[in-house]
Design a protein around this ligand. Structure first.
Ligand SMILES: Nc1nc2c(ncn2[C@@H]2O[C@H](COP(=O)(O)OP(=O)(O)O)[C@@H](O)[C@H]2O)c(=O)[nH]1
Ligand SMILES: [Mg+2]
Length: 446
């Protein structure tokens, strides 16, 4: 690069080296599941094989844990997993994620093509907490439905949450087919496909497998026994895509840090969460009610100046015509007109119990606290649903958030609420609403 030889630029690079450490996207081999995998895998998965994160979801007692155990037993015989018995899965140790206690069991197994980290939770509350807090993210899910019951309240709740957290692929396992007649199975299939469509999934085309997890666990080599497990594994391999970084959408860089380099200008630092950022790209800086236009005149990553960087890269971007005092951590550098500022959002929220470090008192309507998300903190007001007068610690619900300043928040974005430096709630944005005028301390004008 021509300017590399200049002394000022040397200082610029030096600063970059300190602030922009190369940070490659987290590899599967470094993730939390690896620990589990080393516990449960009989043989280490091949390093070049990609990992896919999945989980069983569905109503209590429909057979999620039995199915999880049956998969490991079946693959154990092929030398592709360590058998994890039912009892071991159900007494999953407590995990702390963002201060919340979650019981979740992660088992690891391989097919001929891939490795999977599979999450199964013992209780309904664990599912809710797991999904809302984003503790174990899923690239796809296996919805277990007992043919004896069909859809039940938790079936719907788990599907809604899966949709909200961005799980796009669902495979259905109709379980307990040993207990019902063939005509019932047809009805259950119709009902579940329709239910999936109602929740915005591809109900018409998603794989649906009939089986009996219990017979499979007993090792019965029948259509609904172990053969149904093989069908399920084939469906996982073919229907659930590898998690890929989104390099095609307009770029987005939440800002972690800002500084100025004398003679050059203002630099913003952060990890590109999506898209591809090119040198000389037009851009916008959004957040804290502000919207500033700029151009990215230089990009640094991996200790060098680059013509372009991609999603997952930790970068520093030199932004033209922007003063350091006008920008701060928490703003977003993005492609022009690709994102919108707002101060009002719909969200799903879970309030921690006192035992988890949360409140002991109920949460009333118009509850005001600090909201944390990505790299920022903004005072926020939480309005409960019209038909709800209060939420108790340990409960979850749908709410509206009103921020004191307009920020960028997208559906699927996670946040926490803190009170006196303790996390009292965790949530996920489900919809951006039109912004509202806020006067003084979060009193709405309308
Ligand atoms: N008859 C029959 N019972 C099953 C089948 N799968 C699971 N069960 C039983 O259903 C009960 C609940 O199963 P479990 O796996 O704990 O359900 P979970 O709450 O969804 O994890 C247990 O008693 C299982 O033995 C099946 O395919 N057929
Ligand atoms: Mg279970």
């Amino acid at each position: 690069m021509p300017h590399c030889n200049q002394p000022k630029t040397m200082r610029f690079w030096g600063l970059f080296r300190v602030l922009v450490q190369p940070q490659r996207p987290q590899l599967a081999s470094q993730c939390q599941f690896c620990l589990t995998r080393s516990r449960f895998f009989s043989s280490q998965p091949q390093p070049d094989r990609k990992n896919v994160n999945i989980g069983t979801i569905g109503h209590v007692d429909h057979g999620k844990t039995t199915l999880t155990a049956a998969i490991t037993k079946y693959l154990h015989k092929k030398g592709l997993a360590k058998y994890v018995p039912y009892g071991e899965i159900d007494k999953a140790p407590e995990e702390k994620a963002r201060g919340i206690t979650i019981n979740a069991c992660h088992v690891g197994y391989s097919t001929e093509r891939r490795t999977y980290a599979h999450t199964d939770c013992p209780g309904h509350a664990d599912y809710i907490k797991n999904m809302i807090s984003g503790a174990s993210q899923m690239d796809g899910a296996v919805l277990v439905v007992a043919a004896t019951d069909g859809q039940m309240p938790q079936t719907r709740e788990h599907l809604l949450l899966a949709k909200q957290v961005g799980v796009s692929k669902i495979i259905v396992y109709i379980n307990k087919t040993d207990l019902v007649d063939a005509e019932v199975l047809e009805l259950v299939e119709l009902e579940i496909r329709e239910l999936l469509e109602d929740f915005g999934f591809d109900g018409a085309h998603c794989p649906l497998i009939f089986g009996s997890a219990l017979e499979a666990l007993e090792g019965q080599d029948t259509e609904r026994g172990t053969k149904s497990i093989q069908k399920l594994l084939d469906a996982l391999d073919s229907y659930i895509p590898y998690p890929e970084r989104d390099c095609k959408s307009p770029f987005m860089l939440p800002i972690d840090n800002t500084f100025s380099v004398s003679g050059r200008g203002t630099v913003v630092v952060g990890t590109l969460t999506r898209g591809t950022l090119k040198k000389n790209a037009e851009a916008e800086l959004l957040g804290f009610d502000l919207s500033l236009k700029t151009t990215v005149s230089d990009i640094q990553a991996f200790k060098q100046s680059l013509p372009e960087v991609r999603a997952g890269d930790h970068v520093g971007a030199l932004v033209r015509n922007v003063k350091l005092k006008d920008i701060k951590r928490g703003m977003v550098l993005c492609a022009p007109k690709s994102l919108k500022l707002s101060n009002r959002f719909k969200a799903s929220i879970y309030f921690l119990t006192k035992g988890e470090g949360g409140r002991s008192k109920p949460i009333a309507n118009k509850y005001c606290q600090q909201l944390f998300s990505q790299t920022w903190t903004v005072p926020c007001r939480i309005d409960l649903d019209d038909d709800v007068t209060m939420l108790m610690p340990g409960e979850y619900g749908n709410v509206k958030l009103t921020l004191l300043w307009k920020m960028v928040m997208s559906p699927g974005q996670q946040f926490t609420v803190r009170e006196n430096n303790f996390t009292v709630a965790t949530g996920i944005v489900t919809e951006t609403m039109p912004d509202v005028e806020v006067k003084g301390k979060l009193h709405l004008v309308d």
